[in-house]
Design a protein. Structure first.
Length: 186
């Protein structure tokens, strides 16, 4: 068993030993909202948004982007579980700003091993074979944080499965200060 797996299982055992009344939490989020944010390990939505277990849905992906799957989750969150307010939260110093679709596609075509980054940018140091399957994916990279937040809020608001009366707020989490900075959206 790997060291990481042992650590995770030990932490889970400790958590489960004091689980208490969490088993009685209802499925719908108690505070009736959802957050779409990045998977970056530096972000802790429970802390920066003041959440306890059962409060809100938190949907995470690379960049916190409004992908088809993220919208699918938001629609389920509203339609079946009653959320009526949503937050799109991107962040400063996001890895999604460090490459383009073309860079990712090239790296994957070369090998499937982990790439490295240096002052010249991303480069593949792995052994092939790679795969051209990455050519068929929109990687939803980010060139400008504020513009990507605006684009994602617009996409969500204009989606035909999203009711017009759901407020969708846009923010950028500042990794240096821990603050949420509002991105005004039309």
């Amino acid at each position: 068993m790997s060291k990481i797996k042992k650590e995770v299982l030990a932490a889970n055992e400790k958590y489960a030993s004091d689980f208490g009344d969490k088993a009685d939490l209802p499925m719908p989020p108690g505070r009736g909202f959802a957050i779409l944010t990045c998977m970056d390990a530096r972000l802790d939505p429970a802390k920066y948004a003041g959440l306890a277990e059962g409060d809100a849905h938190v949907i995470r992906n690379a960049g916190g982007r409004a992908s088809d799957d993220a919208i699918r989750s938001l629609v389920i969150s509203h339609k079946l579980l009653g959320t009526n307010e949503w937050f799109v939260i991107h962040h400063t110093d996001c890895g999604m700003e460090t490459f383009t679709d073309e860079v990712m596609r090239g790296l994957l075509a070369s090998s499937l091993d982990t790439a490295t980054i240096d002052e010249s940018g991303w480069r593949d140091t792995g052994k092939g074979p790679g795969s051209r399957e990455g050519d068929y994916i929109d990687w939803l990279t980010i060139q400008d944080q504020a513009e990507s937040v605006k684009a994602d809020v617009r996409r969500i608001k204009s989606h035909p499965l999203v009711p017009d009366d759901i407020p969708v707020h846009g923010y950028i989490y500042d990794c240096r200060t821990g603050r949420l900075v509002e991105v005004p959206t039309p």
